[in-house]
Design a protein around this ligand. Structure first.
Ligand code: VG1
Ligand code: CO
Length: 543
Protein backbone atom coordinates (compact mmCIF):
# COMPACT_ATOMS: atom_id res chain seq x y z
CA UNK A 1 0.00 0.00 0.00
CA UNK A 2 1.42 3.33 -1.06
CA UNK A 3 0.86 6.03 1.58
CA UNK A 4 1.33 9.51 0.23
CA UNK A 5 2.07 12.48 2.44
CA UNK A 6 0.72 15.50 0.62
CA UNK A 7 1.94 19.04 1.23
CA UNK A 8 -0.88 21.48 1.87
CA UNK A 9 -1.59 24.96 3.17
CA UNK A 10 -4.42 25.97 5.51
CA UNK A 11 -7.85 27.02 4.26
CA UNK A 12 -8.55 29.72 6.83
CA UNK A 13 -11.88 29.61 8.62
CA UNK A 14 -12.49 25.87 8.91
CA UNK A 15 -14.38 26.47 12.12
CA UNK A 16 -17.30 24.15 12.82
CA UNK A 17 -20.45 26.14 13.61
CA UNK A 18 -23.68 25.14 15.33
CA UNK A 19 -23.46 21.74 13.67
CA UNK A 20 -20.24 20.85 11.88
CA UNK A 21 -18.29 22.58 9.12
CA UNK A 22 -20.49 23.91 6.33
CA UNK A 23 -19.48 25.64 3.14
CA UNK A 24 -20.47 25.94 -0.48
CA UNK A 25 -20.06 22.62 -2.29
CA UNK A 26 -17.62 24.25 -4.70
CA UNK A 27 -15.47 25.32 -1.78
CA UNK A 28 -15.42 21.76 -0.48
CA UNK A 29 -14.24 20.68 -3.93
CA UNK A 30 -11.29 23.06 -3.98
CA UNK A 31 -8.00 21.17 -3.66
CA UNK A 32 -7.25 19.97 -0.13
CA UNK A 33 -10.25 21.69 1.50
CA UNK A 34 -11.93 18.46 2.63
CA UNK A 35 -8.59 16.72 3.15
CA UNK A 36 -7.26 19.47 5.45
CA UNK A 37 -10.32 19.28 7.64
CA UNK A 38 -10.39 15.48 7.83
CA UNK A 39 -6.70 15.30 8.70
CA UNK A 40 -7.28 17.93 11.40
CA UNK A 41 -10.13 15.85 12.84
CA UNK A 42 -7.95 12.74 12.91
CA UNK A 43 -5.14 14.56 14.68
CA UNK A 44 -7.37 16.51 17.08
CA UNK A 45 -8.84 13.23 18.28
CA UNK A 46 -5.53 11.55 18.97
CA UNK A 47 -4.77 9.98 15.59
CA UNK A 48 -6.45 7.04 13.87
CA UNK A 49 -3.98 4.21 14.49
CA UNK A 50 -5.94 1.06 15.30
CA UNK A 51 -9.23 2.92 15.54
CA UNK A 52 -12.63 2.38 13.98
CA UNK A 53 -14.92 4.94 12.41
CA UNK A 54 -18.52 5.21 11.24
CA UNK A 55 -19.01 7.01 7.93
CA UNK A 56 -22.01 8.10 5.85
CA UNK A 57 -23.94 11.08 4.64
CA UNK A 58 -27.27 12.38 3.45
CA UNK A 59 -26.65 11.58 -0.21
CA UNK A 60 -26.20 15.11 -1.35
CA UNK A 61 -23.93 16.02 -4.26
CA UNK A 62 -20.25 15.18 -3.49
CA UNK A 63 -21.27 12.64 -0.80
CA UNK A 64 -19.76 9.66 -2.65
CA UNK A 65 -16.53 11.38 -3.65
CA UNK A 66 -16.04 12.65 -0.10
CA UNK A 67 -16.59 9.12 1.27
CA UNK A 68 -13.86 7.72 -0.97
CA UNK A 69 -11.41 10.44 0.08
CA UNK A 70 -12.12 9.93 3.78
CA UNK A 71 -11.76 6.14 3.45
CA UNK A 72 -8.35 6.51 1.77
CA UNK A 73 -7.23 9.03 4.39
CA UNK A 74 -8.43 6.83 7.26
CA UNK A 75 -6.43 3.91 5.78
CA UNK A 76 -3.35 6.11 5.37
CA UNK A 77 -3.65 7.27 8.96
CA UNK A 78 -3.67 3.71 10.28
CA UNK A 79 -7.36 3.14 11.05
CA UNK A 80 -8.31 -0.48 11.63
CA UNK A 81 -11.86 -0.41 10.34
CA UNK A 82 -14.49 1.86 8.86
CA UNK A 83 -18.20 1.03 8.79
CA UNK A 84 -19.80 2.88 5.91
CA UNK A 85 -23.46 3.02 4.97
CA UNK A 86 -24.35 1.38 1.66
CA UNK A 87 -23.93 3.88 -1.20
CA UNK A 88 -22.33 6.18 1.35
CA UNK A 89 -25.69 6.85 3.01
CA UNK A 90 -26.49 7.24 6.70
CA UNK A 91 -28.96 9.64 8.26
CA UNK A 92 -27.54 11.66 11.15
CA UNK A 93 -29.53 9.77 13.83
CA UNK A 94 -28.70 6.44 12.19
CA UNK A 95 -25.00 7.34 12.20
CA UNK A 96 -25.29 8.07 15.90
CA UNK A 97 -27.02 4.72 16.44
CA UNK A 98 -24.30 2.89 14.48
CA UNK A 99 -21.48 4.59 16.41
CA UNK A 100 -23.09 3.49 19.66
CA UNK A 101 -24.14 0.00 18.64
CA UNK A 102 -20.85 -0.94 16.95
CA UNK A 103 -18.83 1.04 19.49
CA UNK A 104 -16.71 2.84 16.91
CA UNK A 105 -14.22 5.49 17.95
CA UNK A 106 -16.43 8.23 16.53
CA UNK A 107 -17.95 8.97 13.16
CA UNK A 108 -18.09 11.37 10.27
CA UNK A 109 -21.39 12.51 8.80
CA UNK A 110 -21.38 14.17 5.41
CA UNK A 111 -24.17 16.70 5.38
CA UNK A 112 -25.10 20.34 5.48
CA UNK A 113 -28.39 19.21 7.00
CA UNK A 114 -31.27 21.54 6.13
CA UNK A 115 -29.16 23.65 3.74
CA UNK A 116 -29.88 23.11 0.03
CA UNK A 117 -27.50 20.75 -1.80
CA UNK A 118 -26.11 20.34 -5.31
CA UNK A 119 -23.12 21.82 -7.09
CA UNK A 120 -24.36 25.32 -6.30
CA UNK A 121 -25.64 24.39 -2.84
CA UNK A 122 -23.91 23.52 0.41
CA UNK A 123 -21.88 20.61 1.68
CA UNK A 124 -20.75 19.86 5.19
CA UNK A 125 -19.04 17.45 7.53
CA UNK A 126 -19.67 16.70 11.19
CA UNK A 127 -17.44 14.75 13.52
CA UNK A 128 -19.24 12.76 16.23
CA UNK A 129 -17.63 11.40 19.36
CA UNK A 130 -17.69 7.73 20.50
CA UNK A 131 -20.82 8.38 22.60
CA UNK A 132 -22.52 9.13 19.27
CA UNK A 133 -23.06 12.87 19.62
CA UNK A 134 -21.67 15.97 17.93
CA UNK A 135 -18.19 16.91 19.07
CA UNK A 136 -18.24 19.41 21.94
CA UNK A 137 -16.61 22.79 21.53
CA UNK A 138 -13.38 21.64 23.17
CA UNK A 139 -12.87 19.23 20.26
CA UNK A 140 -14.18 21.45 17.46
CA UNK A 141 -11.89 24.18 18.77
CA UNK A 142 -8.90 21.84 18.59
CA UNK A 143 -9.85 20.77 15.05
CA UNK A 144 -10.09 24.37 13.95
CA UNK A 145 -6.73 25.24 15.55
CA UNK A 146 -4.99 22.37 13.74
CA UNK A 147 -6.63 23.27 10.43
CA UNK A 148 -5.15 26.75 10.69
CA UNK A 149 -1.59 25.43 10.67
CA UNK A 150 -1.81 22.18 8.74
CA UNK A 151 1.13 21.42 6.43
CA UNK A 152 0.54 17.82 5.31
CA UNK A 153 -2.11 15.15 5.16
CA UNK A 154 -1.95 11.45 4.44
CA UNK A 155 -3.81 9.48 1.82
CA UNK A 156 -3.27 6.10 0.20
CA UNK A 157 -3.18 5.38 -3.47
CA UNK A 158 -5.86 2.81 -4.20
CA UNK A 159 -8.91 2.15 -6.33
CA UNK A 160 -12.26 3.38 -5.04
CA UNK A 161 -14.17 1.05 -2.75
CA UNK A 162 -17.40 -0.41 -4.15
CA UNK A 163 -20.00 1.11 -1.83
CA UNK A 164 -22.97 -0.49 -3.56
CA UNK A 165 -22.54 -4.00 -2.10
CA UNK A 166 -23.04 -4.83 1.56
CA UNK A 167 -20.03 -6.72 2.90
CA UNK A 168 -16.38 -6.47 3.83
CA UNK A 169 -13.51 -5.27 1.65
CA UNK A 170 -9.90 -4.30 2.30
CA UNK A 171 -8.42 -0.90 1.61
CA UNK A 172 -4.72 -1.37 2.17
CA UNK A 173 -4.53 -2.80 5.68
CA UNK A 174 -7.87 -1.31 6.71
CA UNK A 175 -11.17 -3.18 6.75
CA UNK A 176 -14.11 -1.42 5.14
CA UNK A 177 -17.49 -2.86 6.01
CA UNK A 178 -20.37 -1.60 3.92
CA UNK A 179 -23.47 -1.88 6.09
CA UNK A 180 -27.22 -1.67 5.58
CA UNK A 181 -27.91 1.95 6.56
CA UNK A 182 -31.34 1.20 8.03
CA UNK A 183 -31.04 -2.11 9.96
CA UNK A 184 -29.41 -0.99 13.22
CA UNK A 185 -31.64 2.08 13.36
CA UNK A 186 -34.82 0.11 12.73
CA UNK A 187 -33.98 -2.38 15.49
CA UNK A 188 -33.55 0.52 17.89
CA UNK A 189 -36.93 1.99 16.92
CA UNK A 190 -38.58 -1.42 17.32
CA UNK A 191 -37.20 -1.61 20.85
CA UNK A 192 -38.63 1.79 21.80
CA UNK A 193 -42.07 1.79 20.21
CA UNK A 194 -45.13 -0.42 20.17
CA UNK A 195 -44.97 -1.44 16.52
CA UNK A 196 -47.99 -3.75 17.00
CA UNK A 197 -50.16 -0.85 18.15
CA UNK A 198 -48.98 1.37 15.30
CA UNK A 199 -49.66 -1.42 12.79
CA UNK A 200 -53.16 -1.76 14.21
CA UNK A 201 -53.62 2.01 13.86
CA UNK A 202 -52.76 1.85 10.15
CA UNK A 203 -54.96 -1.25 9.76
CA UNK A 204 -57.87 0.75 11.14
CA UNK A 205 -57.58 3.18 8.22
CA UNK A 206 -55.39 5.87 9.80
CA UNK A 207 -53.81 7.87 6.99
CA UNK A 208 -50.54 9.71 6.83
CA UNK A 209 -48.32 11.63 4.45
CA UNK A 210 -44.58 11.62 5.15
CA UNK A 211 -42.63 14.06 2.99
CA UNK A 212 -38.98 12.98 2.92
CA UNK A 213 -38.14 16.05 0.81
CA UNK A 214 -35.96 13.96 -1.59
CA UNK A 215 -33.48 13.58 1.24
CA UNK A 216 -32.05 10.84 3.42
CA UNK A 217 -35.14 9.86 5.44
CA UNK A 218 -36.85 8.35 2.39
CA UNK A 219 -35.26 4.89 2.64
CA UNK A 220 -35.79 4.81 6.41
CA UNK A 221 -39.42 5.95 6.30
CA UNK A 222 -40.28 3.62 3.44
CA UNK A 223 -38.74 0.60 5.12
CA UNK A 224 -40.20 1.29 8.56
CA UNK A 225 -43.52 3.08 7.95
CA UNK A 226 -44.60 1.49 4.67
CA UNK A 227 -42.76 -1.79 5.23
CA UNK A 228 -42.73 -2.90 8.84
CA UNK A 229 -45.67 -0.80 10.04
CA UNK A 230 -47.86 -1.58 7.04
CA UNK A 231 -48.83 1.94 5.96
CA UNK A 232 -50.02 1.97 2.33
CA UNK A 233 -47.35 2.43 -0.35
CA UNK A 234 -47.43 6.10 -1.27
CA UNK A 235 -47.58 7.22 2.35
CA UNK A 236 -43.95 8.35 1.93
CA UNK A 237 -43.55 10.97 -0.79
CA UNK A 238 -40.33 12.39 -2.25
CA UNK A 239 -38.75 9.23 -0.85
CA UNK A 240 -35.63 8.89 -3.04
CA UNK A 241 -32.55 10.76 -1.80
CA UNK A 242 -31.44 12.96 -4.72
CA UNK A 243 -28.05 14.73 -4.97
CA UNK A 244 -29.72 18.12 -5.21
CA UNK A 245 -32.87 17.16 -3.24
CA UNK A 246 -34.79 17.73 -6.47
CA UNK A 247 -34.11 21.43 -6.10
CA UNK A 248 -36.02 21.53 -2.81
CA UNK A 249 -34.79 23.25 0.32
CA UNK A 250 -34.87 20.27 2.69
CA UNK A 251 -35.90 22.18 5.79
CA UNK A 252 -39.15 20.80 7.21
CA UNK A 253 -41.12 23.91 8.07
CA UNK A 254 -44.36 25.40 6.76
CA UNK A 255 -42.46 27.53 4.24
CA UNK A 256 -40.22 24.93 2.62
CA UNK A 257 -42.61 22.00 3.05
CA UNK A 258 -45.48 24.01 1.56
CA UNK A 259 -47.00 21.22 -0.55
CA UNK A 260 -47.42 19.13 2.61
CA UNK A 261 -48.87 22.12 4.46
CA UNK A 262 -51.32 22.75 1.62
CA UNK A 263 -52.39 19.12 1.73
CA UNK A 264 -52.85 19.21 5.50
CA UNK A 265 -54.88 22.42 5.39
CA UNK A 266 -57.09 21.15 2.54
CA UNK A 267 -60.19 18.96 2.36
CA UNK A 268 -58.26 15.75 1.60
CA UNK A 269 -55.85 15.99 4.49
CA UNK A 270 -54.72 12.66 5.96
CA UNK A 271 -54.74 12.17 9.73
CA UNK A 272 -51.06 13.01 10.13
CA UNK A 273 -48.54 14.95 8.07
CA UNK A 274 -44.82 14.75 8.72
CA UNK A 275 -41.59 15.81 7.06
CA UNK A 276 -37.90 15.52 7.70
CA UNK A 277 -34.78 17.46 6.69
CA UNK A 278 -31.72 16.75 4.53
CA UNK A 279 -29.93 14.53 7.03
CA UNK A 280 -33.00 13.16 8.83
CA UNK A 281 -32.55 14.70 12.25
CA UNK A 282 -35.44 17.19 12.08
CA UNK A 283 -39.16 16.60 12.02
CA UNK A 284 -42.28 18.54 11.23
CA UNK A 285 -45.64 17.41 12.58
CA UNK A 286 -48.94 18.59 11.16
CA UNK A 287 -52.44 17.46 12.02
CA UNK A 288 -55.52 18.00 9.88
CA UNK A 289 -55.70 21.78 9.68
CA UNK A 290 -53.22 22.16 12.54
CA UNK A 291 -49.49 22.81 12.39
CA UNK A 292 -47.78 21.70 15.59
CA UNK A 293 -44.96 24.05 16.52
CA UNK A 294 -41.75 22.15 17.30
CA UNK A 295 -41.74 23.69 20.78
CA UNK A 296 -45.26 22.36 21.42
CA UNK A 297 -44.33 19.02 19.92
CA UNK A 298 -41.45 18.71 22.39
CA UNK A 299 -43.76 19.47 25.31
CA UNK A 300 -46.48 17.11 24.06
CA UNK A 301 -44.05 14.25 23.43
CA UNK A 302 -42.52 14.71 26.87
CA UNK A 303 -45.98 14.66 28.48
CA UNK A 304 -47.01 11.52 26.55
CA UNK A 305 -43.75 9.60 26.24
CA UNK A 306 -44.80 7.10 28.92
CA UNK A 307 -47.32 5.71 26.42
CA UNK A 308 -44.44 4.20 24.41
CA UNK A 309 -42.75 1.07 25.80
CA UNK A 310 -39.25 2.60 25.70
CA UNK A 311 -40.33 5.33 28.13
CA UNK A 312 -42.99 3.50 30.13
CA UNK A 313 -41.24 4.15 33.44
CA UNK A 314 -41.26 7.88 32.80
CA UNK A 315 -38.55 10.30 31.77
CA UNK A 316 -35.71 11.62 33.89
CA UNK A 317 -35.70 15.17 32.68
CA UNK A 318 -36.13 17.46 29.69
CA UNK A 319 -33.71 19.84 28.02
CA UNK A 320 -34.48 22.47 25.42
CA UNK A 321 -32.36 24.97 23.57
CA UNK A 322 -32.70 28.46 24.97
CA UNK A 323 -34.76 29.98 22.12
CA UNK A 324 -37.24 27.07 22.26
CA UNK A 325 -40.53 28.05 23.92
CA UNK A 326 -41.04 27.31 27.58
CA UNK A 327 -43.94 24.91 26.96
CA UNK A 328 -41.77 21.95 27.95
CA UNK A 329 -40.83 23.64 31.24
CA UNK A 330 -44.43 23.40 32.42
CA UNK A 331 -44.51 19.69 31.60
CA UNK A 332 -41.29 19.11 33.55
CA UNK A 333 -42.72 21.02 36.49
CA UNK A 334 -45.88 18.95 36.53
CA UNK A 335 -43.92 15.71 36.25
CA UNK A 336 -41.55 16.87 38.95
CA UNK A 337 -38.48 16.25 36.81
CA UNK A 338 -35.39 18.27 35.88
CA UNK A 339 -35.54 20.95 33.19
CA UNK A 340 -32.49 22.39 31.43
CA UNK A 341 -32.04 25.35 29.11
CA UNK A 342 -28.99 24.99 26.86
CA UNK A 343 -27.48 26.97 23.98
CA UNK A 344 -28.63 26.28 20.42
CA UNK A 345 -27.18 23.10 18.90
CA UNK A 346 -27.46 19.45 19.82
CA UNK A 347 -23.87 19.23 21.06
CA UNK A 348 -24.95 20.93 24.29
CA UNK A 349 -27.33 18.09 25.21
CA UNK A 350 -24.65 15.38 25.16
CA UNK A 351 -23.34 15.66 28.71
CA UNK A 352 -26.86 15.76 30.21
CA UNK A 353 -27.90 12.71 28.19
CA UNK A 354 -24.72 10.81 29.02
CA UNK A 355 -25.23 11.53 32.71
CA UNK A 356 -28.83 10.29 32.61
CA UNK A 357 -30.10 13.65 33.77
CA UNK A 358 -32.45 14.15 30.83
CA UNK A 359 -34.30 11.72 28.59
CA UNK A 360 -35.93 14.00 26.02
CA UNK A 361 -34.46 17.06 24.32
CA UNK A 362 -35.70 19.49 21.73
CA UNK A 363 -35.20 22.64 19.74
CA UNK A 364 -37.60 25.11 18.18
CA UNK A 365 -35.97 24.41 14.81
CA UNK A 366 -37.83 21.09 14.52
CA UNK A 367 -35.36 18.92 16.36
CA UNK A 368 -36.54 16.44 18.95
CA UNK A 369 -34.82 13.38 20.31
CA UNK A 370 -34.08 11.23 23.30
CA UNK A 371 -31.30 9.35 24.99
CA UNK A 372 -31.62 6.46 22.49
CA UNK A 373 -28.97 8.24 20.39
CA UNK A 374 -27.00 11.47 20.79
CA UNK A 375 -28.52 13.38 17.88
CA UNK A 376 -31.94 14.78 17.24
CA UNK A 377 -34.00 12.25 15.36
CA UNK A 378 -36.74 13.14 12.90
CA UNK A 379 -38.24 9.71 12.32
CA UNK A 380 -38.09 8.91 16.04
CA UNK A 381 -40.34 11.93 16.73
CA UNK A 382 -42.78 10.82 14.05
CA UNK A 383 -42.87 7.28 15.44
CA UNK A 384 -43.43 8.58 18.97
CA UNK A 385 -46.34 10.67 17.68
CA UNK A 386 -47.71 7.56 15.94
CA UNK A 387 -47.33 5.55 19.14
CA UNK A 388 -49.15 8.22 21.14
CA UNK A 389 -51.97 8.40 18.58
CA UNK A 390 -52.17 4.60 18.45
CA UNK A 391 -52.74 4.49 22.20
CA UNK A 392 -54.93 7.56 22.62
CA UNK A 393 -56.91 7.01 19.42
CA UNK A 394 -57.73 10.67 18.97
CA UNK A 395 -56.75 13.27 16.41
CA UNK A 396 -53.61 15.39 16.43
CA UNK A 397 -55.85 18.42 16.95
CA UNK A 398 -57.38 16.82 20.04
CA UNK A 399 -53.94 16.06 21.45
CA UNK A 400 -52.71 19.62 20.87
CA UNK A 401 -55.82 21.37 22.14
CA UNK A 402 -56.01 19.08 25.15
CA UNK A 403 -52.41 19.98 25.93
CA UNK A 404 -53.16 23.70 25.73
CA UNK A 405 -56.16 23.29 28.02
CA UNK A 406 -54.00 21.59 30.58
CA UNK A 407 -50.82 23.63 30.35
CA UNK A 408 -51.71 26.83 28.50
CA UNK A 409 -50.62 27.80 24.99
CA UNK A 410 -47.32 29.30 23.97
CA UNK A 411 -47.82 31.31 20.80
CA UNK A 412 -44.47 30.96 19.10
CA UNK A 413 -42.82 32.12 15.91
CA UNK A 414 -39.34 32.64 14.48
CA UNK A 415 -38.49 35.39 12.01
CA UNK A 416 -35.35 34.94 9.92
CA UNK A 417 -33.51 37.62 7.99
CA UNK A 418 -31.17 35.74 5.68
CA UNK A 419 -27.95 36.67 3.87
CA UNK A 420 -27.63 39.95 5.73
CA UNK A 421 -24.34 41.80 5.44
CA UNK A 422 -22.17 40.41 8.23
CA UNK A 423 -21.10 43.80 9.55
CA UNK A 424 -24.68 45.02 9.70
CA UNK A 425 -25.81 41.89 11.52
CA UNK A 426 -22.98 42.27 14.02
CA UNK A 427 -23.88 45.92 14.51
CA UNK A 428 -27.51 45.04 15.25
CA UNK A 429 -26.51 42.48 17.85
CA UNK A 430 -23.83 44.57 19.50
CA UNK A 431 -26.16 47.59 19.44
CA UNK A 432 -28.60 45.69 21.66
CA UNK A 433 -25.89 44.05 23.73
CA UNK A 434 -24.40 47.43 24.59
CA UNK A 435 -27.77 48.58 25.94
CA UNK A 436 -28.67 45.32 27.64
CA UNK A 437 -27.96 46.50 31.19
CA UNK A 438 -30.28 49.46 30.77
CA UNK A 439 -33.24 47.65 29.21
CA UNK A 440 -34.94 46.49 32.41
CA UNK A 441 -37.68 49.00 33.19
CA UNK A 442 -37.74 50.44 29.66
CA UNK A 443 -40.71 49.81 27.44
CA UNK A 444 -41.10 49.11 23.75
CA UNK A 445 -44.40 49.41 21.92
CA UNK A 446 -45.94 49.73 25.36
CA UNK A 447 -44.47 46.47 26.66
CA UNK A 448 -42.33 46.80 29.75
CA UNK A 449 -39.02 44.93 29.92
CA UNK A 450 -38.59 42.83 33.05
CA UNK A 451 -35.02 41.72 32.36
CA UNK A 452 -32.58 41.40 29.47
CA UNK A 453 -29.68 38.94 29.35
CA UNK A 454 -26.80 37.81 27.16
CA UNK A 455 -27.23 34.06 27.46
CA UNK A 456 -24.31 32.29 29.08
CA UNK A 457 -24.39 28.57 29.78
CA UNK A 458 -22.37 26.66 32.27
CA UNK A 459 -22.65 22.94 31.65
CA UNK A 460 -23.80 21.38 34.95
CA UNK A 461 -21.90 18.17 34.21
CA UNK A 462 -18.47 19.20 32.95
CA UNK A 463 -18.47 22.87 33.93
CA UNK A 464 -17.63 24.10 30.42
CA UNK A 465 -18.88 27.57 29.64
CA UNK A 466 -20.44 28.93 26.45
CA UNK A 467 -20.94 32.67 26.25
CA UNK A 468 -22.85 35.04 23.97
CA UNK A 469 -25.39 32.40 22.98
CA UNK A 470 -28.19 34.86 22.21
CA UNK A 471 -29.80 37.96 23.66
CA UNK A 472 -32.96 37.40 25.70
CA UNK A 473 -35.53 40.07 26.46
CA UNK A 474 -38.20 39.12 28.99
CA UNK A 475 -41.30 41.32 29.19
CA UNK A 476 -43.50 41.99 32.22
CA UNK A 477 -46.45 40.19 30.66
CA UNK A 478 -44.54 36.92 30.44
CA UNK A 479 -43.65 37.28 26.75
CA UNK A 480 -40.10 36.79 25.58
CA UNK A 481 -37.97 37.70 22.56
CA UNK A 482 -34.63 36.21 21.69
CA UNK A 483 -32.27 37.40 18.99
CA UNK A 484 -29.14 35.60 17.78
CA UNK A 485 -27.09 34.97 14.68
CA UNK A 486 -27.25 31.62 12.93
CA UNK A 487 -24.20 29.37 13.00
CA UNK A 488 -25.14 27.16 10.04
CA UNK A 489 -25.37 29.56 7.10
CA UNK A 490 -22.80 29.80 4.33
CA UNK A 491 -23.42 33.27 2.92
CA UNK A 492 -23.52 36.48 4.93
CA UNK A 493 -25.29 36.35 8.28
CA UNK A 494 -28.75 35.15 9.22
CA UNK A 495 -30.49 37.00 12.03
CA UNK A 496 -33.00 34.90 13.92
CA UNK A 497 -35.67 36.58 16.04
CA UNK A 498 -37.69 34.27 18.26
CA UNK A 499 -40.99 35.55 19.67
CA UNK A 500 -43.21 33.90 22.22
CA UNK A 501 -46.27 34.79 24.27
CA UNK A 502 -47.80 32.58 26.91
CA UNK A 503 -51.58 32.42 27.21
CA UNK A 504 -53.54 30.44 29.75
CA UNK A 505 -56.97 31.93 29.18
CA UNK A 506 -58.86 29.35 27.07
CA UNK A 507 -60.84 32.19 25.46
CA UNK A 508 -57.60 33.64 24.10
CA UNK A 509 -56.05 30.52 22.64
CA UNK A 510 -57.61 30.54 19.19
CA UNK A 511 -55.76 33.36 17.46
CA UNK A 512 -53.47 33.18 14.48
CA UNK A 513 -49.91 33.16 15.83
CA UNK A 514 -48.64 36.17 13.89
CA UNK A 515 -51.62 38.19 15.14
CA UNK A 516 -51.19 36.96 18.69
CA UNK A 517 -47.56 38.08 18.83
CA UNK A 518 -48.13 41.22 16.73
CA UNK A 519 -47.44 43.68 19.57
CA UNK A 520 -44.30 41.75 20.42
CA UNK A 521 -43.07 41.93 16.83
CA UNK A 522 -43.50 45.68 16.96
CA UNK A 523 -41.73 45.91 20.31
CA UNK A 524 -38.78 43.93 19.00
CA UNK A 525 -38.53 46.08 15.89
CA UNK A 526 -38.54 49.18 18.04
CA UNK A 527 -35.69 47.71 20.06
CA UNK A 528 -33.59 46.07 17.32
CA UNK A 529 -34.51 48.16 14.28
CA UNK A 530 -33.68 45.34 11.93
CA UNK A 531 -35.80 46.73 9.11
CA UNK A 532 -34.12 50.08 9.49
CA UNK A 533 -30.62 48.58 9.45
CA UNK A 534 -31.16 46.05 6.68
CA UNK A 535 -33.61 47.91 4.49
CA UNK A 536 -35.79 44.78 4.47
CA UNK A 537 -39.54 45.22 4.73
CA UNK A 538 -40.18 41.85 6.31
CA UNK A 539 -38.39 38.68 7.38
CA UNK A 540 -37.29 36.31 4.60
CA UNK A 541 -38.69 33.27 6.37
CA UNK A 542 -41.37 33.09 9.05
CA UNK A 543 -41.83 29.77 10.78
C1 VG1 B 1 -29.86 25.77 13.33
C2 VG1 B 1 -30.95 25.64 14.36
C3 VG1 B 1 -30.47 24.80 15.53
C4 VG1 B 1 -29.97 23.45 15.03
C5 VG1 B 1 -28.92 23.66 13.95
C6 VG1 B 1 -28.48 22.36 13.32
O1 VG1 B 1 -28.76 26.45 13.89
O2 VG1 B 1 -31.37 26.90 14.79
O3 VG1 B 1 -31.52 24.66 16.45
O4 VG1 B 1 -29.41 22.71 16.07
O5 VG1 B 1 -29.44 24.48 12.91
O6 VG1 B 1 -29.56 21.66 12.79
P1 VG1 B 1 -28.47 28.00 13.65
O7 VG1 B 1 -27.16 28.28 14.30
O8 VG1 B 1 -28.47 28.21 12.16
O9 VG1 B 1 -29.62 28.72 14.26
V1 VG1 B 1 -29.32 20.66 11.47
O10 VG1 B 1 -30.71 19.79 11.32
O11 VG1 B 1 -29.08 21.87 10.29
O12 VG1 B 1 -27.92 19.86 11.79
CO1 CO C 1 -30.45 18.29 10.13
Amino acid sequence: MQINTIQTTPHPGQKPGTSGLRAKTKQFQTPNYLENFVQSVFEATGGMVGKSLTLGGDGRFYNREACQIILKMAAANGAAKVYVGQNGLLSTPAASAVIRELKTDGGMILSASHNPGGLDGDFGIKYNVPAGGPAPESITGAIHALSEKIVTYKIIEADDIDLTEIGTQMLGDMVVEVIDPVAIYEDLMAALFDFEAIRALFDSGFSMCFDAMNAITGPYAKRIIEGTLGAPVGTVVNGEPLPDFGGLHPDPNPVYAKPLMDLMMGPDAPDLGAASDGDGDRNMIVGRGQFVTPSDSLAILAANAHLAPGYKDGINGIARSMPTSRAADRVAKKLGIEMHETPTGWKFFGTLLDAGRVTICGEESAGTGSDHVREKDGLWAVLLWLNVLAVRRCSVVDVVHGHWQEYGRDYYTRHDYEAVDKDIADAIISGIRDRLDKLAGASFNGLGVEKALDFRYEDPIDGSVAEHQGLQVYFDNGSRCVIRLSGTGTSGATIRVYLERFEDDPEQMGYDTQDAVGPLIEAMEELAQIKEWTGRKKPDVIT
